[in-house]
Ligand binder design. Structure first.
Ligand code: G6P
Length: 353
């Protein structure tokens, strides 16, 4: 695709709009994975920033679908620990393939005898050259500093690996069918973007915003908080919804908006009880959920509910919820007049430790 912005005001907006197309194209492309990955019962995932949160979602996929033992490591901390390493495979997740900390982590693992895989968006990168096997996420060049389509392509690649490692059967067919429907469902979010603009209007004067999620929606909440911080310079902080009572509840004051990622999955009811806890303390709650979740939320005194189409399987919620959170961050930054494609103090790839 073209490297220009075309009709879009920002690269970030263009890149968000490219996501359904990426899922359409890459969702059905067969993935070839090395024998070492097929044979390994233990997989380590490393990354930084958004790539780390994508890897975190990948941990859920690989554990639940592929029944693997998965260790998740933040690359920027990992090599300082001099950790013990068991035999296995390490996957470095990185858009640029140039992040110094991620490269260091994968080098450490290689020296410890691990089979190394680079899941990168940029071919011929430093990580690509270093690892034994390269898996391309094929999102196309990402210009906006805050990652959007590269994140989604990483999610998809991790899901595809997990499906490849998974036993044949009904469940697998079910997720694969759901993947076919996913691009259309993502597209529908753009048709409702004006509601996300309204939500952004409510967030624009906040000093801080809390993001909550449970299960795979927890790393998505963290990614949502990172996006709002990067783009709008509002302090976004994500918490596991189950941790609310262990501290964050003290922050609820009616001035700090709370964005809750609450898809209809096995954790829905528990997350709804968190919503009640926040509302009872006059917290202003914005819920991101699907159609099935929304039907259960009638009468809950929240500020607003953004509803996306219900996907066929829990594995597909992150694609829809993260897109909603990306758009909220984008519009909030737009309302504030921030430098969207090049947020202050940030760089697209960080080649220093
Ligand atoms: C920078 C970018 C982030 C990105 C992170 C990791 O901080 O601003 O958007 O998630 O690096 O980059 P990588 O290229 O390794 O995915």
């Amino acid at each position: 695709e073209s490297l220009g912005r075309g009709e879009f005001h920002h690269y970030m907006l263009k890149e968000m709009y490219e996501q359904p197309e990426i899922v359409l194209k890459e969702g059905t492309r067969p993935i070839v994975i090395p024998e070492a990955l097929k044979d390994s019962s233990h997989i380590t995932l490393v990354g930084c920033g958004s790539a780390f949160y994508a890897a975190w979602c990948g941990k859920y996929y690989l554990e639940q679908l592929a029944q693997r033992i998965v260790t998740l490591e933040l690359a920027s901390e990992f090599h300082y620990r001099n950790p013990m390493v068991q035999p296995g495979v390490t996957i470095a997740v990185s858009q640029s393939g140039e992040t110094a900390d991620t490269l260091k982590a994968i080098q450490y693992m290689e020296q410890k005898g691990q089979y190394t895989i680079g899941m990168v968006n940029m071919p011929y990168s430093s990580i690509s050259r270093y690892v034994q096997y390269e898996l391309l996420t094929r999102a196309g060049p990402e210009i906006g500093v805050a990652s959007t389509k590269a994140f989604t392509a990483q999610l998809l690649c991790l899901l595809k690996i997990s499906l490849t490692l998974m036993k044949e059967g009904e469940k697998k067919q079910h997720v694969l069918k759901g993947l076919q429907q996913l691009p259309m469902d993502m597209q529908k979010i753009f048709f409702k973007a004006s509601q996300l603009q309204d939500i952004a209007q409510h967030l624009v004067h906040a000093k801080g915003i809390i993001y909550l999620g449970r299960g795979i929606s927890y790393p998505i909440a963290l990614e949502g908080a990172l996006k709002i911080s990067e783009l709008s310079y509002i302090h976004g902080q994500g918490f596991a919804a189950g941790e609310l009572k262990h501290g964050p509840l003290a922050l609820i004051d009616g001035l700090t908006p709370v964005v809750v990622v609450a898809p209809m999955d096995q954790f829905f009811e528990k997350t709804v009880s968190n919503i009640y806890e926040v509302c009872a303390r006059e917290g202003k709650v914005f819920v991101i959920t699907d159609e099935a979740g929304a039907t259960q939320l009638a009468g809950v005194p929240v500020q607003d509910i953004f509803v996306y189409p219900s996907p066929k399987a829990w594995e597909l919620h992150p694609f829809l919820s993260v897109l909603s959170l990306q758009l909220i961050a984008y519009y909030t930054a737009l309302h504030k007049g921030c430098s969207i494609d090049q947020p202050r103090n940030l760089a697209k790839s960080v080649t220093v430790e």
